[in-house]
Design a protein around this ligand. Structure first.
Ligand code: P6P
Length: 333
């Protein structure tokens, strides 16, 4: 089939044979995410027009103000995945605990769990900057037919069977992997259809962009400060360009296309950094490695970390392999 006009639905069907597990459920799961993405995209795009932006007044487990779109996106993804009887459990940045999904006629027969950041970068919503949804998919490890337990969610990132993000930017894209490379699909809003626009996405081996919140510079470990100064030195292909949108999905997406490194280090203000291991760092690390990039906490591959808590945070360095290698050199000097 002509790759140029392949829709996401056709791509999922065409590639389900390369998926090592029962592909029917995963295909239905990806189709569920596709539907929710279109609904959230519609709400994000009209956010400026209706009174849906601004804090919902509530705060999530992170102690962050929940923007109304956070709440809506969370509800839409949970609703879609629950109603379609595809998953047996869901964990979300916006939910204190995981949700066990019991399809009554199936009695917990579904095999997959999903961890999701329904609207990452939500503080950018009311200033009209791109935001994104991040998802991570595992097979359950506790017996089918029983309610899921925390063990199903505390799996290392290397166990992921699929991961991806939706970026609500100048155009809306869904980018995902099932362990056989990374492919990007762009939404044609007139038709409500995602089309394959970026087949086999790969990080350039190196790049000239570094993404970090330099406002935290004085709080960073010395190795991070030294790497940032290295990026700014006049030598060879440096100084690099500093680009930081404040939205992980947007910075990651740009760096994957152009080459670059994203960093959210630990600091004297945040001993484990800010980003969450299970539904931000692991899915982005899976994508990065599948796109021939790299993702670490500065010392260890992100996907090798054994999680201990649902909302745990880790330092995060991700992007072009040679740039992450160089950053690790400075941090382990
Ligand atoms: P800071 C958004 O809240 C987020 O989780 C990422 O998307 C983003 O890269 C980072 O936090 C921004 O955090 O502390 O630099 O504003």
């Amino acid at each position: 089939m002509d790759k140029k006009n392949l829709t996401l639905g056709e791509f999922i069907i065409e590639n389900q044979d390369s998926f090592q597990y029962t592909s029917g459920e995963l295909s239905r799961l990806l189709n569920g995410l596709r539907l929710a993405a279109k609904v959230v995209n519609h709400e994000v795009n009209k956010a400026g027009l209706v009174d849906i932006i601004g804090a919902a007044g509530d705060t999530n487990i992170q102690g962050e103000n929940q923007q109304k779109l956070d709440v809506l996106a969370n509800e839409k993804f949970i609703q879609t995945l629950s109603k379609r009887e595809i998953v047996c459990g869901i964990a979300s940045e916006e939910e204190d605990d995981f949700i066990s999904i019991n399809s009554f006629d199936k009695q917990h027969q579904n095999k997959y769990i999903v961890l999701i950041d329904p609207l990452d970068g939500s503080s950018n919503i009311d200033v009209n900057v791109s935001v994104g949804t991040i998802f991570s998919i595992y097979r359950r490890i506790t017996p089918v037919g029983t309610p899921v337990t925390i063990e199903d969610f505390l799996q290392p990132g290397k166990n992921q069977v699929a991961a991806g993000y939706i970026i609500y930017g100048t155009s809306t894209m869904l980018v995902y992997t099932t362990g056989d490379g990374v492919n990007g699909f762009t939404l044609n809003p007139a038709l409500g259809t995602f089309y394959l626009s970026h087949p086999n996405m790969e990080f350039p081996e190196t790049g000239k962009i570094y993404s970090v919140n330099e406002g935290n510079y004085v709080h960073f470990p010395q190795g991070v400060k030294d790497y940032i100064k290295y990026c700014q030195e006049e030598e060879g292909d440096r100084p690099y360009t500093s680009r930081y949108i404040g939205s992980l999905v947007s910075d990651f997406h740009r760096n994957m296309i152009k080459g670059g490194i994203y960093m959210y280090p630990k600091s004297s203000k945040a001993s484990n950094g800010k980003l969450r291991l299970l539904y931000e760092c692991n899915p982005m690390a899976f994508l990065a490695e599948q796109a021939k990039g790299k993702a670490s906490n500065g010392h260890q591959a992100i996907m090798e970390i054994e999680p201990t808590e649902l909302h745990e945070r880790v330092p995060f360095f991700c992007g072009s392999k040679k740039m992450v290698d160089k950053a690790e050199e400075f941090m382990n000097a």
